[in-house]
Design a protein around this ligand. Sequence first.
Ligand SMILES: [Cu+2]
Length: 356
Amino acid sequence: MISFLTFFVILLGVITFARIIRIFELSSELHGTDVNAVNESDNKTHSLLLLLFGTFFVITVFYMTWSMKDKMLPISASEHGVGIDTLFNANMALLYVVFLITHVVLIYYAFKYYHKKEHTPVFFVHNTKLELVWTIIPTIILSSVIVFGISYWSKITAPAPAEAIVIELYAKQFDWTARYAGDDNKLGKSSFRLVDGSNALGLDYTDADAGDDIIVRNEFHLPVGRDVVFKFHSRDVLHSAYMPHFRAQMNCVPGMTTQFHFKPTITTEGMRAETKNEKFDYILLCNKICGASHFNMQMTIVVEDETAFKQWLGSKKTVAQELKAAEVVPVAVTDSLAAHTDSVKVHEVTAEVVKH
Ligand SMILES: [Cu+2]
């Protein structure tokens, strides 16, 4: 009903506007003047209106940017994020300066040089100096923006340090699972062919590296000041792992491994003090619309000191312990066989062994 009424009011507005224009046309016919003719006073009015609306527009842009500054992300909680913020701020500052100069010039000139009968336009064909100025200056500025960006990008995507903690982030509609590589810091092999009701990540239980892996849901912890390398996987569709406070985002692509590494620099407690928000929590979000419950695909991240992190991780069961508790005993295959076959074959061999 409300939408019908809104439509009806808009329709009435349009009809009223059309009638007012018709009244103007009829009155000018009575006076014997052409309603479509544009005279000098019209031009002056238009130039004044442009000056007013233009100035309002420029002021609004700056005012809105200023008033929204509290809605921006808090300071970066990762080492590389500080550089990303610098890059972002430098680009924005440049954009605002160019925006201000071009708009002030555009609005002022349109206001000052509105059409007057006695004005004769200057016939201006070419000026090499001017061409050089507006080609070379933007080229230098834009090239430095690109070089600045690329050099920083190659720095943050450089190989992770060898001592970085390895964590897999596994995406599926509509949740995240984190798998720590455990004591050996090596993730056990996995394959989508091994996914079943009791093996959500498709882990290859016969892989020696898998036993000490630790699988967690809902929340995962990171030690402050340590490099962490994430390996991203997706079971079904494209997802995107987004950790805004660490200025990190990477696509999770079915059938391939993507990765990103960073070093958290502020603990959750530290950020709560920084943002003056007792309830603040770091978060992992999905940033690619992946289906009906995409909006709720998230996981809490807790950053704490190394001792608390080790304590937390130590309280979790390893894959081997969980299998034991569930009385699932993977049939062992000889190491040489495992080393020379891929995980699928190993699984077939395992199944064979079970059968006989
Ligand atoms: Cu998603």
